[in-house]
Each structure stands twice: as structure tokens, then as C-alpha cells.
Design a protein around this ligand. Structure first.
Ligand code: TNX
Length: 746
């Protein structure tokens, strides 16, 4: 008898398939693969048959005998049947105790069925077993992508092939290969040998995070590139796995490596150097110079010949316009083409290149900045700065791929643990990736129809080694695989985690150094009557938490956590998690501040922006913001001032007020012009107690005023936004962000 697999059943180790299939019925018994098992497959499925044979042989030494039709009664049958499987990439997999039938819409569907089968196989040397079940499966999104930046750090062909293997395992069908950027040009272009000789190399690499000033470098020559022969081999390899590779050639910005090789392509003529650190650089391709377009067209000719993909990614992101505004050739172009500003010049640039690609039968994809100054007629938009760009593009009837940095940037921190491996910024835990629902705010089918799928990004600034890259990528990639493939209604995080834990053996076999402590301790807290109530959580089944609040490191002899506890004064909670009798994960530490404003009512004058916490209660919740700025503790104001009033409930002696601001120019987060603390007894007349106008720390600045105690019921805090980001700085001309956290009153 077959049972419909409810989430409880799917949690059974033997059915731990990711991404979760559309429907799965489980039964009793197993199919055993042995030396008498036949593999039946038509010639058109030769690659898929070979994939299964190799896998079975590597696992068990068993050699499946190949046949065009059944000559034994124990067989695995692969076939294409578009009548049963009428959706592209779909398959049905039927495992009985006697045989296995995998039928699919197309060869890709057969491979996906085999990837499912592979996750169901148990056993090793000599015998392999598959549990009886019947699966019907097809993808939710047609475009399921992962990106990799090989410019900031270079990854070997072997690594790329392994990446492709794992993409296929989790049913991705697109690999976006980010091949050029300021820090290195990584694809051989025969017509332009300087790209290999100069553009592929840099004189050194930044040590540490780019936010740490002054910058220091290792001064070691770094680089490399893929030859065209290597690229062709990778493209062939990917095709066997039904993965399309979309190459990215960045323009007009992120172009320093190309300019270092061919300085005449820049507005000033150089000299230029391949960048040694990360960011957005002012020198970009000159848009007034026709030879820039000749160069790019010649490059794209070679790229188009290497990659059969219909799509070529032409970047378009983060292109500063300062050089164009001073360049006679660019100004002349603007005049001739009647472009009103440099944004329209960027649009001209992208349109011109798109037109060329279209003439060669290719389509252009660009980052959402290609919307600025007018979208090219046929371009697909990859939305990275949130979803707004993607939604705007869909409204203009352009195809969209959602790749928002808020949810699917795997170069961001995956935990708040201070020991977490150095990352670009932000905080994107596994649960957040898993929760991603593209275009959730849009209901209209007429717009949603342009949403083609989702893509995760792996920018490699802080991923100099394979181990670091794998730690950042896994398991977040696996969560995105489920978002991209599985039905929205079947998404269930605990169920996913239970299946993910079962994937560890497979990941280990594949030599993937995944970040493995996704079940470790987290917390939530609430405030009540000048107390903080702390809840510790873990997703580890049967995990036991021990904790202290006196600063000592907990052991299994410390207090065992059994439910929320209350803090009546400042404390650092430390906690450890135990799985049977082994410690799991890292030491958890979180400071809580209990002060006179804790849990009191706050009103703020301006609505904070949605990118950060929008709830003013975060200002009095006893928890401070960290440098992982989207940790839900900061409030953000874009171009606007901040003014908050805390009502302490009754006249209270106050002698100290403290507050933090985050000063991260590399994130467009600017210190305010000044901060003022004021007090009042009636909420109408406020006295200024303190004014600060120096915030020298690159990072978190604490503003603290200690004064002779005054009686106050209301405490007001004012911070004046910097306003417009100054010239020469990242985001120049845009509105500065002001980030504020807890108002500590004592
Ligand atoms: C922004 S995302 C970039 C990349 C960086 C990344 C770091 C995008 C289109 N541009 O150049 O590597 O941030 O997170």
C-alpha cells in the first residue's frame, strides 16, 4: 500500500529529498540494486544512463548492465514520456520491490529524477537499496540560478565542475558565471591578449575587511584566467547536467581590469591598475569613445561563440558617472544623442550593447541599475537591490529574475556569532533564505508572469579559499534550491531542516565543507516592567541548553534551560547546546541592558525605512545593534532626521543617556551632523542636556552623556541626518542612511 507522504513521514531519514518533490507516496519494502540489475535506456538518454551507472559503481562497485529493453525482471528503466510528464523538466519515479521506472518530459527531467533517486539510495559496498515510493515532480520556477564571482577570487576548473555537480543535485538549471570585474578579467579573449597578460592579474589583495581603514595589502601577485579550451570543457560538462551557463561581462562599471589592459577604453586614458581591494571604482568604460563599443562587441563575439546560452549578462550595476560628466567625448555623445544626463548615457550604453547582442541572436540580462535612464527594449532584469527594480521591470513587461541581496546573498553573515567567518556584511541566516518568497507583494498575474525565477549570489571578496567559499555557500544554496523548485504550499522549515540533516552524509562524500551548525542557539526577547524576558531557541531535536547570566562559561552542570527567564539587571547570557552528550555549535553570548527606558513607550517622528527594523520598540528592548546591521536592532532613516521621545511614565531621576550610531560609509551609513539629548517633565518644554557633534569611529559610535541627576519624565533624542553623501564617497549624491539603536537611560 502506498501512503501520501505527509511532512512527518518525509522526515523519515529514508525519504529525505531536497528540494521537496511535488508529491510522494511511500510504501513498504525496498528495491535492491545488485549485479543482476539491468539499466534500460534509449540512446537519447545515454548521458543520464552513464551518470547513474557511474554513481552506482562509485558507491558500491556494482556495474549495471545496459540494455535497450528488459531481458531480466529486475531493472531500472529510464524513458521519456511527454504524455504523462507534460511539463518541462518534470518526471515521475516509481520504485517497487521489483523494478524502478523513471519517466520524464525530457532528458533534464530524467536527470532530476536520478538526482532524487540518488538522495534515496542507502547502503554502500555490494548492495544498494531504494525505498518503495512513487514520486511526481516538476519545478515551480523555470529559472533556478546560482552565481559565482571568480574575479575577486579565482576558482579552479575543478571547483567549477564540482559546483555544477551540486547545482544539478539540487535541481538548479542555471550557472551565472561572473567572469570580469575590477579585480581581474578571467576569460581568455584571443583578440585582446592584454586582458590575459595584464587584466587577469593584480599586484596584491586587501587584508581583512574593506571597512577596516587604512587598507593593508599582502603585495602578492594574484590572478589567473580560464582559457577558451577550459571554458568549452566547462560548458560541455554543464550541458550534460542540463545546466545553462550565463557568462557575465561587466560594463560600463566594474571595468578596471579591462582598463588596466587597454587604457584607451577609459575616459582619461589611464594609466589604470587592476584593483587590489573591493568596492565601486570611478574609472569605467568611456561611453563617448566608439572604440569602447568596438572592443566590447569583439569581446562579446568571442563570448557568444563560447557559450550557447541565449542570454549574456552585461552587468550594468554600480557605475559611477563622475568621469563621464567630465569627459569631453562623453559630453559630446550626450549632446549628439540628446541625452539629458549621465543616467541616460548609461541607458544609451546598455541599449547599444543590447542591440548588438540581439543582432547576434542573443538576449541581454543586466542588474537592476539598467532601469535607470530607460530600460533596453528586450533586456531581462536581475533584481539585486531588493525587489523594487524587478517589480518595476515586470510592470514594463520585462522578464525578471529575483536575486535580492536582502535574502540570497551568500557572501553575507549566516549567524550573529562573533566567530563567524569574515563576510561582506549584513546578516542572512539559513532560515531567511528558506523564507524567501519572490514577488510576495505582487498579486496580479499580468505582472507575476514576468517573474522567471530566482538566483543566489556568491560574491567572492571574502572567499579566498575553497573551504571559505563552501562554508558561505552551503547549506544556504540548498535552501534556495527548495525555494526555486518546490511548491510554495509545501514549504516547511522544520521539515526542511530534518531533511537537510540527512544530507550531511552525501555532502561529506562530495567533499563539501558546509557550514554545519545551523541548529545552534538563537534567542528572542521581550520587555516587561523594566525587565527583559529571554527565550533561547534551537532547532536541534532533543538539544539541551545550559546557560549562565553571571558571565561564567556554562557547562552541563549549569542551569538547564527549560523556558523563558527574566533579567532584572544588565547581564550577558551565555549558553551552550548539547546533543546527547556532545556539545553542538559554538558558545552563545548575548548582552541585555535593563535600564530606566527598557520597555517604555517611544514615539518617533519619522517612519524608519523598511530595510531595517521599523518598530520603534527596538529602541527600548534592551538589545544593542551589532555591526551586522540588519540584525533587527537598528532603525534606519534615509536622508531624514531622527527624533524620538521616550515616556518614562513618571518623573524619574536621570543622570546618564547613551545611544549608538553606525558609521559605515562603505554602506552609505553616515554619522549624523549632531546628536542632542533633551529632557522634560511635561512633554512640552524640553531642556537640552547634551549635544554631540563628533563621531570619529568607523563603525559603532557610542554617544554618552553623564550629568548631575535631573528629574525627567520624557527623554528626547534628536539626530540630524548627514543629508547628501559627499562627492568622492560611495553613493555620492544619494541620501545618507542614519542608523540608530537603543536609547539607554540611567
Ligand atoms: C554589490 S550585487 C555588487 C558586487 C559586490 C557585492 C558584495 C552587484 C550587482 N554588485 O559587485 O561584490 O555587492 O556583496
Amino acid at each position: 500500500m502506498l501512503l501520501l507522504c505527509q511532512s512527518v513521514l518525509c522526515a523519515l531519514a529514508q525519504y529525505s529529498v531536497i528540494p521537496k518533490p511535488v508529491a510522494m507516496h511511500t510504501g513498504d519494502g525496498v528495491f535492491a540494486i545488485d549485479n543482476n540489475t539491468q539499466l534500460i535506456a534509449p540512446g537519447e538518454l545515454k548521458n543520464e544512463a552513464a551518470f547513474l551507472r557511474q554513481y552506482v559503481q562509485a558507491q558500491s562497485g556494482i556495474r549495471l548492465s545496459m540494455s535497450r529493453s528488459a531481458t531480466s525482471n529486475r531493472y531500472i528503466h529510464l524513458l521519456i514520456d511527454t504524455a504523462i510528464n507534460y511539463k518541462a523538466e518534470s518526471y515521475t519515479l516509481d520504485i517497487t520491490t521489483k523494478n524502478i521506472t523513471l519517466s520524464a518530459h525530457d532528458a533534464a527531467g530524467v536527470l532530476y529524477g536520478l538526482q532524487t533517486l540518488r538522495q534515496l539510495i542507502k547502503g554502500s559496498a555490494k548492495t544498494l537499496q531504494l525505498p518503495v515510493c512513487n514520486i511526481t515532480d516538476y519545478p515551480r520556477f523555470a529559472y533556478r540560478g546560482m552565481h559565482l564571482d571568480v574575479s575577486r577570487h579565482f576558482f579552479s576548473v575543478d571547483f567549477i565542475k564540482q559546483y555544477i555537480d551540486v547545482l544539478s543535485l539540487y535541481k538548479f538549471n542555471t550557472f551565472h558565471w561572473h567572469l570580469t570585474d575590477d579585480q581581474g578579467w578571467r576569460v581568455e579573449i584571443k583578440k585582446y591578449p592584454e586582458l590575459q597578460r595584464m587584466g587577469a592579474w593584480r599586484d596584491g589583495t586587501l587584508i581583512g575587511h574593506k571597512k577596516e581603514l587604512p587598507h593593508t595589502f599582502d603585495n602578492k601577485k594574484y590572478g589567473g584566467y580560464y582559457t577558451q579550451e577550459e571554458v568549452k570543457a566547462v560548458v560541455r560538462y554543464a550541458a550534460e547536467k542540463h545546466i545553462t551557463i550565463i557568462p557575465e561581462i561587466e560594463m560600463p562599471g566594474h571595468a578596471l581590469a579591462a582598463l588596466a589592459a587597454y587604457p584607451s577604453l577609459g575616459c582619461t586614458g589611464g594609466p589604470y591598475k587592476t584593483a587590489k581591494f573591493w568596492g565601486v571604482f570611478d574609472d569605467v568604460f568611456c561611453a563617448g569613445n566608439d572604440s569602447t563599443f568596438t572592443f566590447l562587441q569583439n569581446v562579446l563575439d568571442e563570448v557568444a561563440a563560447l557559450f550557447p546560452s541565449r542570454y549574456i549578462h552585461i552587468g550594468g550595476d554600480e557605475c559611477p558617472k563622475g568621469k563621464w560628466n567630465q569627459c569631453p567625448k562623453c559630453l559630446k555623445r550626450m549632446k549628439e544623442e540628446r541625452l539629458s544626463d549621465a543616467h541616460e548615457l548609461q541607458s544609451y550604453f546598455v541599449k547599444r550593447v543590447e542591440k548588438y547582442l540581439n543582432s547576434k541572436g542573443k538576449q541581454a540580462i543586466g542588474w537592476d541599475e539598467i532601469l535607470e535612464g530607460g530600460l533596453s527594449p528586450n533586456a531581462t532584469v536581475m533584481s539585486w537591490r531588493g525587489e523594487e527594480g524587478g517589480i518595476a521591470a515586470a510592470q514594463q513587461k520585462h522578464d525578471v529574475i529575483m536575486a535580492p541581496e536582502s535574502h540570497v546573498y551568500f557572501d553575507y553573515y549566516q549567524s550573529l556569532y562573533p566567530e563567524e567567518q569574515l563576510a561582506a556584511g549584513g546578516y542572512t541566516p539559513l532560515s531567511k533564505v528558506y523564507s524567501y518568497e519572490p514577488m510576495a507583494s505582487v498579486q496580479e498575474d499580468s505582472i507575476r508572469t514576468y517573474l522567471k525565477g530566482v538566483q543566489g549570489e556568491v560574491w567572492s571578496e571574502y572567499l579566498p579559499t575553497v573551504a571559505k567559499a563552501q562554508h558561505a555557500i552551503f547549506p544556504r544554496l540548498i535552501a534556495l534550491g527548495e525555494v526555486a523548485w518546490s511548491q510554495q504550499a509545501s514549504r516547511n522549515y522544520p521539515d526542511f531542516l530534518s531533511r537537510l540533516r540527512q544530507q550531511r552524509t552525501l555532502l561529506k562524500k562530495l567533499n563539501i565543507a558546509t557550514a554545519d551548525v545551523f541548529d545552534e542557539i538563537n534567542y528572542t526577547s521581550t520587555v516587561k516592567d523594566n525587565r527583559v524576558e529571554v527565550t533561547l531557541t534551537t532547532t536541534l531535536p532533543n538539544g539541551r541548553i545550559y546557560y549562565t547570566t553571571d558571565g561564567t562559561v556554562p557547562t552541563p552542570k549549569s542551569q538547564q534551560y527549560s523556558g523563558a527567564f527574566t533579567l532584572a539587571k544588565n547581564a550577558e547570557v551565555k549558553a551552550v547546546l548539547f546533543d546527547v552528550n556532545k556539545q553542538y555549535g559554538r558558545l552563545f553570548k548575548q548582552a541585555f541592558f535593563v535600564h530606566k527606558a527598557t520597555g517604555k513607550t517611544v514615539t518617533i517622528k519619522q517612519q524608519p525605512i523598511a530595510r531595517f527594523n521599523t518598530n520603534s520598540s527596538a529602541l527600548v528592548n534592551g538589545v544593542l545593534g551589532t555591526t551586522r546591521y540588519n540584525d533587527n536592532q537598528w532603525l534606519g532613516f534615509k536622508g531624514q532626521d531622527y527624533e524620538a521621545i521616550v515616556d518614562l511614565g513618571a518623573a524619574t531621576p536621570v543622570s546618564n543617556i547613551k545611544m549608538n550610531v553606525l558609521n559605515y560609509h562603505w554602506q552609505k551609513m553616515w554619522q549624523p551632523d549632531h546628536v542632542q539629548f533633551l529632557v522634560s517633565t511635561d512633554g512640552i518644554y524640553f531642556n537640552i542636556i547634551y549635544t554631540a557633534n563628533s563621531f570619529p569611529v568607523n563603525g559603532i559610535n557610542t554617544i554618552e552623556a553623564t550629568f548631575k541627576a535631573v528629574n525627567a519624565r520624557y527623554v528626547k533624542v534628536i539626530a540630524k541626518n548627514k543629508g547628501i553623501i559627499p562627492a568622492e564617497e560611495y553613493g555620492a549624491g544619494e541620501q545618507a542612511l542614519l542608523l540608530i539603536d537603543e536609547i539607554i537611560v540611567q
